[in-house]
Structures are given as structure tokens and as C-alpha cells.
Design a protein around this ligand. Structure first.
Ligand SMILES: [Fe+2]
Ligand SMILES: [Fe+2]
Length: 489
């Protein structure tokens, strides 16, 4: 069709053409063939899968809280993108879709180098300054080259994915710059290695394999086998991570205390949820690497997608607690001792399957009278709109988690009771040695509640109530109490 014919073409009444998805000239032009689209989408899929996996490896062992939360969010975004790309490939081709196949060995080498990066600065730079920008450029090229009418569903996927990839890059760039300015790293120059990463990409014909291939550089970090470290680490704002000296639930369920004071125990319970992403990341990473693809006994992608969503929800719950303290003017690092004993115990002592069982076992208890409804009621009764709002969403999220648990855990058992028995038995296996930690000088299990409460009162301009100030119940007393520590959802 000539340009002249297009110019002469008229819709009825001058109505917008082609349902608004494209203009005539764009739609009339050439575009990528279906196979080319599929090939590129599979490269995007592979890249996001590796990014997702790399982020999972850092959620537990990265000490800095803000990075832990950022990685949790981006792992979730990547899992959503992976899902969209899988679905689009499945629309274009019959199975087997070959989504588990590595598109190019040098692209694998590229991501192996980033995954094996020896420190946070290099991992961040590799992921956010090289891998994600390369993905963005390949997606932009796809967007320019594909036919906007014929491949409208493919473009719609990119309209969702691309802005989120761009937002990830923006966050990563800010994170790299903040760390550089803080002088927290070694201050080493990584330019040479970052150039090598570019070399790996060039050796695979670009991220989407659309260019001429160079020869690959020599591996720098990926010669050694990758060792996943699931031991949770925390930064300096968590000075007493073995502290189990304040029994939050006992205070919360005590009818003689006031809701307006209880909300601070709830903010503590929320921020303490940092341990759930630390634990869930280990399930997701280890289940992938242990069992491989679905045919080899792995789990279907839906499992990873749902569990990554839950991981992100738990990270959000932690941040809701952080905001609760921040808006009350409370410096939480000096007032609240947030422990990591739960994620540490599970990651070190249980298999991924057993950890999942414990997670479900704890969460199914949250729907009871003393669970999420009660916490929401406390929020509503406190007169604090934020506490009410946070608990409202926390409860709603928990309903989703219960569904995820039914779909991916309970279904593997004959009965719900059998699923609960197994979860309980796994939980019983975890040893949390209160006295031992004390003996080793890891903690004094100090009761930090009076300090926090005094600070709350100072901001309110009130005298502390001696009875509230005297609250002194720890998790030490019984094994049952120790187990309840994680019942924070
Ligand atoms: Fe939660
Ligand atoms: Fe949850």
C-alpha cells in the first residue's frame, strides 16, 4: 500500500481508526514475525527469571533493611512479569514452550557473573546498571519493531512490564549512588568487570539475541560454583537480634490494657515480619535449584508466583510497622529490639518443604479469634486511623495467603488435619535455645517495652501509666510461647 492510498483512506464519520490501538501507517508497516516475537519474549522471560532468582539469593543475607525490602519488591515485580511473558508465549505457540531452555550460553554466563558477584556493590551495579538497562533497551526495540495491530496483545504486556522495569532501574541507580556517597563499600572500581558484563551480552548477540555475536570474555566470578547463603543478616539498627524479651501477643490479648497503647506492640509485630521474606526467599530459591523444572519434579510456576507475592506482602507488612513508628516520631532502632530468631531457625534447621509447612501452620492460626480480626479491632478501637488502616489490609492480605496455602500446601495432603499435623511436627523440630543464647552472650533478652512506652508517652505529652510501664513478660517461659513468637503473620 502506498502512502498516498493511506492518506486517502477514510473511516466512517471520521471515527478513530483501528480501535485506537495504532494509526494506519503503523499498522500497515512491516513487523516482527510470530517466531521472532516468541524468541525475543523468551529471552525477556529468561532474563527476568534470572533477575528474580538473583534477588531471592540476597533477601536473607543482605543486612541492610532498605535493600532487603527493595529486593523483595523487585522479586515480586519480576515474578509478575515472568507470568505475563509465559502467558503471552503460550498464546503464540503450542506446548512444549521451552520456557526452561537457556536462550544462549553466553546470556547464562552473563547472569552467572552477576549472581556470583562477591559483594553488594557489584551485584547492585551488575543488576541495575547493566542487566536491567539491557532488558529495557531490548524491550523498547521490540516495541518499535513489532506490528502494533497484529501484535497488540504483546505490546500490551510490554506496556505493563516496561514502566516497572524502568522504576526498578531508577531505584537501583539511587541505591548505588546512595551507597557510593555513604562510603559504606570498599570504594573499589568495578568498571572493568562491568565492561566484561557488556562483553557477555555482546557474546550472546545482545539480551534478545538480535545482534551479531562476539566472543565471550573469561569468567571472573562464575568459575566458582555459586553458594547460596540463607543465614539472615541485619544491619546496625537491629542491635539485639536474639532478643525475645517482650511477649507482644500477651500484651495485645490482655483486655486490661488500652488499644491506643497496644498499637505500638502491633507495629512491632509488623516490623518484625522482615523475617518472613528472609524465610520465604529461601524456600523459593532452594525449591528451584533442588528440583529444577516441573517435569523433573519441581513445582509449577504458579507456586513461585503466588509465593513471591506473599513474600512481598510480608515485606510490606514490615514496612507498615516501620511507618507506624516513624509517624509517631519513634526512633525504632533504639527502642524496639527486632529479632531474627525465627527465620534463622527455619532456614538453618528445616528443609524448604518443612519451612513451607511451618509457614502454613502459623498462618492458618491467624484466622482465629485472636488473629487478624482481633488486631483490626484493636486498630479500630485505638482511635489511630493509620493503625486501623494497616490492620485492615494486613487482614485482607492474610485471606489471600490462606488461599495460597490451600492451593500449594494443603492440597498435597489427604486432609487439612494431616497438613496441620505435619506443619506442627516441623515446627516442633526447630530448636530456639533461649538460655543458650544468653549463655553465649548473644543477648540479655532485655525487656525493652518500658523504654518504648515512655517514648510514646513523651510524644503524647502524658505521664506513663505505671501498670503499663510494669509489663514484663518474655517469650522465655514456655516452649509454646516460643513458638508463638512467629505468629505475627
Ligand atoms: Fe504478614
Ligand atoms: Fe501472611
Amino acid at each position: 500500500m502506498s502512502d498516498q492510498s493511506l492518506e486517502n483512506y477514510r473511516t466512517l464519520h471520521g471515527l478513530p481508526e483501528l480501535a485506537g490501538v495504532a494509526d494506519l501507517a503503523g499498522a500497515a508497516g512491516p513487523g516482527l514475525e510470530v517466531q521472532e516475537c516468541v524468541d525475543r519474549l523468551k529471552c525477556f522471560h529468561y532474563a527476568l527469571h534470572r533477575i528474580w532468582q538473583t534477588l531471592l539469593t540476597r533477601i536473607a543475607c543482605e543486612p541492610i533493611y532498605e535493600l532487603k525490602m527493595g529486593y523483595s519488591y523487585h522479586a515480586y515485580l519480576a515474578a509478575e512479569h515472568i507470568t505475563l511473558l509465559r502467558d503471552r508465549v503460550a498464546e503464540l505457540r503450542h506446548p512444549p514452550l521451552g520456557l526452561d531452555k537457556v536462550p544462549h550460553e553466553n546470556l547464562e554466563g552473563f547472569f552467572d557473573e552477576i549472581r556470583n558477584a562477591p559483594d553488594r556493590e557489584r551485584m547492585l551495579a551488575g543488576l541495575y546498571r547493566v542487566a536491567l538497562p539491557a532488558l529495557r533497551e531490548s524491550m523498547r526495540a521490540y516495541r518499535e519493531e513489532t506490528n502494533p495491530l497484529a501484535d497488540a496483545p504483546g505490546l500490551r504486556v510490554l506496556r505493563v512490564v516496561l514502566p516497572e522495569v524502568e522504576a526498578m532501574i531508577t531505584w537501583g541507580e539511587k541505591a548505588c549512588a546512595a551507597l557510593e556517597n555513604s562510603g559504606s563499600g570498599e570504594g573499589e572500581d568495578h568498571t572493568e568487570w562491568l565492561e566484561e558484563l557488556g562483553g557477555w551480552l555482546a557474546a550472546s548477540g545482545g539480551l534478545a539475541g538480535t545482534e551479531k555475536e562476539d566472543s565471550p570474555p573469561s569468567p571472573r566470578y562464575s568459575t566458582d560454583e555459586f553458594r547460596y547463603d540463607s543465614k539472615p543478616q541485619r544491619d546496625e539498627r537491629f542491635p539485639d537480634p536474639y532478643n525475645m524479651g517482650v511477649h507482644a501477643e500477651e500484651f495485645l490479648y490482655d483486655e486490661s490494657f488500652e488499644s491506643r497503647d497496644k498499637i505500638f506492640m502491633m507495629f512491632y509485630k509488623r516490623i518484625r515480619e522482615i523475617d518472613v521474606p528472609e524465610m520465604m526467599a529461601s524456600i523459593l530459591y532452594e525449591m528451584v535449584t533442588e528440583s529444577g523444572d516441573e517435569e523433573a519434579g519441581g513445582r509449577p510456576w504458579g507456586f513461585y508466583r503466588d509465593m513471591t507475592r506473599q513474600l512481598w506482602d510480608e515485606a510490606r507488612h514490615a514496612m507498615m510497622g516501620e511507618v507506624g513508628f516513624a509517624r509517631a516520631g519513634i526512633d525504632w532502632p533504639s527502642k524496639v529490639m527486632i529479632n531474627f530468631t525465627w527465620s534463622k531457625g527455619l532456614n538453618e534447621q528445616l528443609t524448604p518443604r518443612e519451612r513451607h509447612a511451618v509457614l502454613w501452620f502459623i498462618e492458618q492460626g491467624l484466622m482465629s479469634k485472636t488473629g487478624k480480626r482481633y488486631e483490626w479491632e484493636v486498630g479500630a478501637d485505638s482511635g489511630d486511623e493509620f493503625a486501623q488502616l494497616v490492620q485492615d489490609f494486613d487482614w485482607a492480605d492474610e485471606v489471600l495467603h490462606a488461599r495460597i496455602g490451600r492451593d500449594w500446601y494443603v492440597k498435597n495432603f489427604e486432609t487439612v488435619a494431616a497438613a496441620a499435623d505435619y506443619g506442627s511436627a516441623c515446627w516442633d523440630k526447630v530448636v530456639s535455645d533461649w538460655e543458650q543464647w544468653k549463655k553465649e552472650g548473644l543477648t540479655e533478652h532485655r525487656n525493652w517495652w518500658p523504654d518504648l512506652y515512655r517514648e510514646v508517652c513523651r510524644h503524647r505529652g502524658e505521664e506513663p501509666d505505671p501498670r503499663v510501664l510494669a509489663y514484663d513478660r518474655s517469650y522465655a517461659e514456655t516452649r509454646a510461647d516460643l513458638q508463638r513468637i512467629a505468629a505475627s503473620g
